[in-house]
Write a protein that binds this ligand. Structure first.
Ligand code: GLN
Length: 277
């Protein structure tokens, strides 16, 4: 068989991969195939791949070209300062969600109590806990598979100030109150065509879609959160970029104060918040 150098394998792979980051994706896949990080790849461009390495990388490449998300193929995704394990069955953390973490940190005192509803891989809860090691973080998910992944991520990151609860939104938190409640809930309409495109085709529908207007989960959280917030506590959640006006109206109508929406790096309305008086 032909001898392929690592640098030319990367260039050939990048030329075949669709999407905006073909080179980066090729590096992630080859790094995974070789059990090495990207820095190692840069330093070993002249190394020749053996037949096994070639086969493993080739198989990953074909699966990626067929549409599988890179994060599921390599079992990991960076979020905040964390390298999180992910697998089919949990949402792949998105960079936009870091805005929610930043805004929550602004409101949260060192020893604050915060609940993350629908924690998935644990992205939000663990990012907050890593920045506020004295805070008491509670991570909730209805998916036991997601909770297992999130718990594994906490252990891997050495984070010990998060407790995990199984259940539907606030249901497992009876009698508990928090200084902040945060969530990146599902917010697509069930017939949103994006669900049939890209990575979303491979992600759990439960984590993505929520009713005919995408707002079922958000309506539920807005209604249920006041029983679990201290006076002056904050509710902050992510939503779709066209939903800002609708969610501010819902927050206002429910009696929250200081209602506002923050925009993401693309200047799209992305995170709304309100304070329970
Ligand atoms: N909280 C997780 C994240 O932001 C999962 C969110 C979800 O499954 N909708 O990545």
């Amino acid at each position: 068989m032909t001898k392929t150098r690592l640098d030319s394998a990367l260039a050939q792979a990048a030329a075949r991969l669709p999407g905006p980051q073909p080179r980066f994706e090729a590096e992630l896949l080859l790094g995974h195939a070789l059990g090495r990080d990207r820095a190692w790849l840069f330093a070993h461009g002249e190394r020749v791949l053996d037949a096994d390495e070639h086969a493993v990388f080739g198989a990953l490449l074909e699966r990626r070209i067929a549409g599988e998300p890179v994060a599921y193929l390599i079992g990991a995704r960076g979020f905040w300062s964390l390298d999180l394990a992910v697998q089919p069955g949990v949402l792949i953390p998105r960079p936009e969600t870091e805005l929610l973490v930043e805004l929550a940190l602004l409101q949260l005192a060192d020893r604050g109590r915060v609940a993350d509803l629908g924690t998935g891989s644990g992205a939000i809860a663990l990012a907050i806990a890593s920045e506020r090691p004295q805070a008491q973080v509670t991570a909730v998910d209805i998916s036991r598979e997601a909770l297992a992944v999130a718990q594994r991520n906490a252990i891997a990151a050495g984070i010990d100030n998060v407790v995990f609860r199984h259940g539907d939104w606030l249901a497992p938190l009876a009698g508990e109150r928090f200084d902040a409640i945060v969530s990146n809930p599902p917010y697509l309409a069930t017939d949103d065509p994006h669900l049939q495109q890209g990575d979303l085709r491979f992600e759990p529908a439960l984590a993505l879609a929520s009713g005919s207007d995408g707002l079922d989960a958000i309506r539920h959280i807005i209604a249920a959160a006041p029983d679990h917030l201290v006076a002056g506590g904050w509710l902050l959640f992510e939503h779709g970029w066209t939903q800002g006006e609708a969610v501010r109206a819902l927050l206002d109508a429910a009696g929250y104060v200081e209602v506002s929406t923050a925009r993401d790096l693309e200047q799209r309305e992305r995170v709304s918040m309100g304070r329970w008086p």
